[in-house]
Structure formats: structure tokens, C-alpha cells
Design a protein around this ligand. Structure first.
Ligand code: KIV
Length: 260
């Protein structure tokens, strides 16, 4: 299993996929991807909420446990959900404890301002922390939607400062979501820790996608940065139709699929 010490710049590109359940985790366990993110995007992908605000610590711990059971050999990162790290230190630690005891090897949290002391406290307590800047979906209502961030010089400077601060507070890696390619390149060049991009262009030290997006399993919404590496929705529809036809025609189950 990879460890936090393997997250280095300049070796191979880091690959990360989201995962929320046991059976797809089993598939990822046998894959070459470096790490699995149990993202709070699970609230949308698995539960149908319009954003990630609905995710709770309990929900994230439940998904993390299922993923770790399916992927015991993978480095698993658990997402700290909406506001779980903005209240008291006790509440934040309770969430971290739930995620780590469910099997995560690290936690991820969005943003920088206001919780740098928490990041420092966690890293000093032996908890690896991944940062997340740019489009931080938990702030979707303040950002006015899922939009590209850091488009102005001032916003780009702020992002660079936040990235430096998160690195100084002890983060071992940083997700950059939906920022212009040039900004992601400059942030990547200025940091000693690796950046992992999603909608942040090719210059990041690694890439992350939502599993169901890259598999083409959910097709109702396709941001510009998503590439479908498969047509899982098509494959599933075809298989379900085929099953239905074979049952209707009596071709399924055959004698070989029945007990004498
Ligand atoms: O929750 C998530 O899936 C994420 C990725 C978009 C990085 O945070």
C-alpha cells in the first residue's frame, strides 16, 4: 500500500479516483491508481443530493468503511464534510476520528482561511491532511454555483497564498479544482507538495476524477473537464434490456442455470 511518503513531486503522475462503495472499491484495489478519495461528492453521486452540503460525518464514515473493506491495499483519503471542521476543535477531531477509524489513511478538507491551526494540529497529531482549493463545492452557495475559480489576478494571488499557507500548516498534497491551467501551473511550480488537479489542466502533479464520471456511468451532467473513459451507462442499459428480453422469452434461466 502507498503511504503518505509516496506523495512526491516529479516522479510519476499521481492518480486518484473517488469511490464510495465496497464493490467498486474491490475493482480499484486491483488497479494501478495511487489512491482513493471517499469524496463528499458521494452525497450527489450516490444519494442524489444537488450538492455536497448534505454529507455528514456519519455518512462519510459509512462510505469510508465500505471502501476500505473493498480496497484494503489502497491509500484511502476521507473527505471532511460541510462545516465539520468549522465548529469546535472537538467536533473536528470527532469527525477525523470517525473517518480514520473507518479506515482512512488521511483526511481532506476544503479551503484554508480560518482552519490553518486545525490543519497544523491534525498534522502534528499524526493525521495526514490533503488540502483542496479553487472550486470548493461545500461553498457552492457562496460561490454562486459550480464555477471556474481564480480567474482574476487578485483571486489567483489569493489562491497561491492559501496554497503556501496549507503547505506550511503541514498538508501533504493539494487538490486544485476548476482553476485556469496557467494558475494551476504556477501553484504547482511554487509548492514542494504535489498538486492533484480536477479541471485544472495538465501541469498538476496528478489528476483526480469522480469514478462514475470517468466511467461514463452518469451522463446527465458532464463538466468540460470530464472525459468518459468508458460507456458504463450504455453497457448497463444494454445488459438490463438483454436480461429483460431473455426472461420474457424464457431463454433465462437455462437448464444449466437451474438446479436439477
Ligand atoms: O468530493 C470529491 O469528489 C472531491 C473531488 C472533486 C476532488 O472533492
Amino acid at each position: 500500500m502507498k503511504s503518505v511518503l509516496d506523495f512526491k513531486k516529479g516522479q510519476h503522475k499521481i492518480t486518484m479516483l473517488t469511490c464510495y462503495d465496497y464493490w467498486s472499491a474491490r475493482l480499484l484495489n486491483d488497479s494501478p491508481v495511487d489512491c482513493i478519495l471517499v469524496g463528499d461528492s458521494g452525497a450527489m453521486v450516490m444519494h442524489g443530493y444537488p450538492d455536497t452540503v448534505a454529507a455528514t460525518s456519519e455518512l462519510m464514515a459509512l462510505h469510508t468503511r465500505a471502501v476500505k473493506l473493498g480496497a484494503p491495499d489502497r491509500f484511502v483519503i476521507g473527505d471532511m464534510p460541510f462545516l465539520s471542521f468549522r465548529g469546535s476543535l472537538d467536533r473536528a477531531l470527532d469527525c477525523v476520528m470517525q473517518l480514520m477509524q473507518a479506515g482512512a489513511q488521511a483526511v481532506k478538507l476544503e479551503g484554508a482561511a480560518g482552519h490553518l491551526p486545525l490543519v497544523k494540529h491534525l498534522t502534528e497529531s499524526g493525521v495526514p491532511v490533503m488540502g483542496h482549493l479553487g472550486l470548493t463545492p461545500q461553498s457552492v452557495h457562496a460561490l454562486g454555483g459550480f464555477k471556474v475559480q481564480a480567474k482574476t489576478e487578485q483571486q489567483a494571488q489569493r489562491l497561491k497564498k492559501d496554497a503556501q499557507d496549507l503547505q506550511a500548516a503541514g498538508c501533504f498534497a493539494l487538490v486544485l479544482e476548476c482553476v485556469p491551467t496557467q494558475v494551476a501551473k504556477e501553484v504547482t511550480e511554487q509548492l514542494d507538495i504535489p498538486t492533484i488537479g480536477i479541471g485544472a489542466g495538465p501541469h498538476c502533479d496528478g489528476q483526480v476524477l469522480v469514478l462514475q464520471d470517468m466511467l461514463g456511468a452518469q451522463t446527465h451532467f458532464k463538466p468540460k473537464f470530464v472525459r468518459h473513459f468508458a460507456d458504463l451507462a450504455g453497457t448497463i442499459k444494454q445488459a438490463v434490456n438483454h436480461f429483460n428480453e431473455e426472461v420474457q422469452s424464457g431463454a433465462f434461466p437455462s437448464p444449466q442455470e437451474s438446479y436439477a
